[in-house]
Write a protein that binds this ligand. Structure first.
Ligand code: AP5
Length: 220
């Protein structure tokens, strides 16, 4: 039973690494951004509320996301463990997660921070494409699909995300980094933070992320 939190700036590479780590550990990925984008696409009340914040590069309010994400973590497929991609993003979310896990005799075993400077984030986001069926992540420069515009894994069309325009990316960095820094501090103080250099090529980041997960207190 392993709970791993994957942290990083918008575009640091969390969504690229999470499925690779998930396959390595045999546990699911729970991605708050995917959860919210599915709600937006389905035009649910949550999606209509969240969309206003996401399009401006702002965090969705804690009161909106915490209950939804913790409910997802409580589903049967996550009883074996989970990789949390994009949650927690604020100190309030981190404390709510700790409390929910402690109540079930669980805890966060390892937090892994993929560290990437803002200049690199902006460059990568301009070239990011995601698939319309499952959100698989590509980059037309650093990680292109075999056939332009088509997902290698499910054949669906590749598109640019609505919040990947440069001004929105800059807003996301400006507004989301200060609360993320508090979350990083939370896990550093707890002695379970591993720092990974996100400027490396994808396979170098993967090696370090897997090394950190395999060395977590739960698995060591
Ligand atoms: P979310 O979907 O979580 O977005 P994010 O955290 O901003 O992260 P991204 O998905 O943009 O980037 P990533 O780190 O996964 O990078 P990727 O692997 O794609 O959240 C979206 C929005 O939802 C938020 O802005 C917020 O409004 C809301 N939200 C979500 N969770 C919330 C929460 N908990 N609380 C409140 N609001 C919340 O990589 C980026 C690009 O780089 C890709 O093209 C990739 O191919 C490429 N790449 C990756 N690694 C490398 C590498 N090593 N070298 C070269 N290129 C690379």
């Amino acid at each position: 039973m392993t709970v791993i939190v994957l942290l990083g700036a918008p575009g640091a590479g969390k969504g690229t690494q999470a499925p690779i780590l998930a396959e390595h550990l045999g546990i699911p990925v729970l991605a708050s951004g995917d959860l919210l984008r599915a709600a937006v696409a389905a035009r649910t009340a949550l999606g209509r509320d969240a969309e206003r914040y996401m399009n401006r590069g702002q965090l969705v309010p804690d009161a909106t996301i915490v209950g939804v994400f913790l409910d997802r973590l409580d589903q049967p497929d996550a009883r074996v463990g989970a990789i949390l991609d994009g949650f927690p993003r604020t100190r309030v979310q981190a404390e709510a997660l700790d409390e929910a896990l402690v109540g079930e005799g669980r805890r966060v075993d390892q937090a892994i921070y993929i560290d990437l400077p803002p200049e690199d984030v902006v460059a990568r986001m301009a070239n990011r494409r995601i698939c319309t069926a499952n959100g698989h992540v590509y980059n037309i420069v650093s990680n292109p699909p075999k056939v332009a515009g088509v997902c290698d894994l499910d054949g669906s069309e590749l598109v640019q995300r609505a919040d990947d325009r440069e001004e929105t990316v800059r807003a996301r960095i400006a507004q989301q980094m200060p609360p993320l820094d508090e979350v990083v501090d939370h896990y550093r103080r707890g002695g379970i933070l591993a720092n990974v250099d996100g400027r490396q090529p994808i396979d170098g980041v993967t090696r370090d992320v897997i090394g950190a997960a395999d060395g977590s207190p739960e698995r060591a």
